[in-house]
Design a protein around this ligand. Structure first.
Ligand SMILES: Cc1cc2nc3c(=O)[nH]c(=O)nc-3n(C[C@H](O)[C@H](O)[C@H](O)COP(=O)(O)OP(=O)(O)OC[C@H]3O[C@@H](n4cnc5c(N)ncnc54)[C@H](O)[C@@H]3O)c2cc1C
Length: 458
């Protein structure tokens, strides 16, 4: 079988060649969700040479890969919503609006929270453009699978794509994987779930078309709760007792259905994810049958899309130089090294408490809390920052700071810190990251100045 042998040799050679392939940048951002895109754009605009690595073929993270088509966290809660996130995140919303990809901010009847529904397909294009305009080098279809570490410094991220293994070297890395993958691979400290290791529920959102929107608009929250509760009591398959939400999306006629929740999924375990995905799609079909049969306006509804993947609210959280606590979020804490603001309430999806879908804890005072730079710096790795869902926070604080608006803000901040730090690796000043050093304040201060110059609210 000489032909087969030759092709095997050729493949082996190609694999060996790709193993030697070495990418390098000043800043490598891992993960192209809200936090990762913000970090990459901010760092590049501050002059850093940036490479962004993303496992899927598109950007946007849970906003595009898990049907989470509604930005939360850009505004404070209550009757007088005020913006808490601007800068790169604010610009993204403006670009989305200009591309007819989102609705103006709105507050659903009976809700205290202001959100921005958007179209994921438009968002994918807008995010591509933002990276290209900022001069970020983008590598899609590439997983980070490990880390090469010397002492407390990450030298390279190990990558895997269809072409085989590669390495990405950088002065500074920003872990925006949501799961703290890079930090975990590098041996950095992380936490997992609450005190018992219990994670927040995973959820499969899905969209339907063919809904009479005028009748949907008249459907009240108590009516939805009643219809779902009765179906559950009657033993309707896979229908949970908790009510859910319908979010009409702009322009396409799609309605987002947020009802499903599964408390048994571990987002780091492929077996668990497989079970969860299959179960969630069966649940989506059952909900659709229920809507068509009993919900006014849904008689002609058709399933449009699921996911495409199960939405994971929580896995690992990086343990940083500071761990933000839920109590500090609720009190509207202020920090001297503030680099971002969180304005979304604590929203915990956990064990059933009566019929509650989620438990909310609202922020007091001005309606927002500061996020300190130290919560974005890995405690025991000198050149690794983090942002978004896996920032350094307690289970409770993460349940607020994980939302996409806040992820845009913490991503923006991590990008500014990374740019300042990588500049520091070229010149002696300002300070490169490291163990507590006397000039850390100078580093935080330079990042704050850069953030203000880029329009961030801090
Ligand atoms: C069911 C559900 C409902 C939610 N509802 C809302 C809501 O209504 N509004 C809101 O604002 N937020 C909501 N959230 C929270 C929000 O979607 C996420 O917390 C937010 O997307 C976090 O942003 P991120 O950038 O940190 O992570 P993600 O959006 O998860 O992005 C992480 C990115 O990293 C990539 N990645 C991961 N691992 C690797 C790897 N090893 N190598 C390469 N790439 C990798 C992923 O593919 C992804 O693109 C919800 C979340 C869920 C799950």
């Amino acid at each position: 079988m000489p032909r087969a042998g030759a092709s095997l040799r050729e493949r082996t050679w190609r694999l060996a060649a790709s193993m030697e392939r070495r990418l390098s940048a000043e800043v490598v951002v891992v993960g192209g969700g809200s936090a990762g895109v913000a970090a990459a754009v901010a760092a590049a605009r501050l002059g850093a040479d940036v490479l962004l690595v993303e496992r899927y073929g598109f950007l946007g993270g849970a906003g595009t890969n898990s049907g989470v088509n509604c930005f939360a966290g850009f505004y404070t809660s209550g009757d007088d919503p005020r913006p808490v996130v601007a800068g790169v995140g604010g610009e993204m919303v403006e670009r989305l609006r200009a591309a007819e990809g989102c609705l103006p901010p709105f507050r659903a009847a009976g809700s205290r929270n202001t959100v921005v529904p958007f179209l994921p397909e438009v968002a994918k294009c807008v995010l591509d453009e933002m990276l290209a305009d900022a001069g970020v080098r983008l590598r899609l279809h590439t997983w980070v699978t490990g880390a090469e570490v010397a002492g407390r410094t990450v030298r390279a991220a190990a990558l895997w794509s269809k072409g085989g293994p590669e390495r990405a070297c950088a002065q500074v890395f920003v872990d925006c994987t949501g799961d703290a993958d890079l930090v975990a691979f590098a041996g950095g400290a992380f936490a997992f779930g609450n005190e018992d290791g219990t994670l927040q529920a995973a959820s499969m959102y899905f969209t339907v078309t063919g809904v009479d929107r005028e009748r949907l608009a008249r459907l009240t929250r108590p009516e939805i709760a009643d219809l779902v509760g009765r179906a559950h009591a009657e033993g309707w398959p896979m229908i949970a007792p908790q009510p859910g939400l319908f979010v009409p999306l702009p322009h396409t006629g799609e309605v987002l259905c947020a009802f499903h929740r599964d408390l048994g999924v571990n987002g780091l375990d492929a077996e668990s994810l497989t079970r969860g995905e299959v179960h969630a799609r069966r649940a989506a079909a059952s909900y659709l049958r229920l809507f068509r049969e009993r919900f006014p306006g849904f008689e002609g509804a058709r399933l449009c899309r699921t996911g495409p993947q199960l939405g994971i609210r929580e896995t690992r959280r990086v343990m940083g130089r500071y761990v933000l606590h839920g109590r500090e979020c609720m009190e509207g804490a202020r920090f001297a090294d503030a680099v971002a603001r969180g304005g979304w309430p604590i929203e915990i999806h956990d064990r059933d408490e009566g019929r509650a879908y989620a438990r909310y804890g609202y922020i007091r005072g001005d309606g927002y809390y500061d996020i300190p730079a130290r919560a974005l710096i890995a405690r025991d790795l000198d050149n690794v920052l983090t942002a978004g869902r896996c920032l350094s926070a307690s289970h409770g604080a993460q349940a607020s700071a994980r939302v996409m608006g806040t992820a845009w803000a913490t991503g923006h901040a991590a990008g500014a810190l990374a740019a300042v730090q990588s500049r520091g690796a070229r010149d002696p000043l300002p300070n490169p990251a490291g163990r507590a050093r006397p000039d850390d304040e100078a580093w935080y201060g330079a990042a704050q100045e850069a953030l203000r110059s880029q329009g961030a609210l801090i």
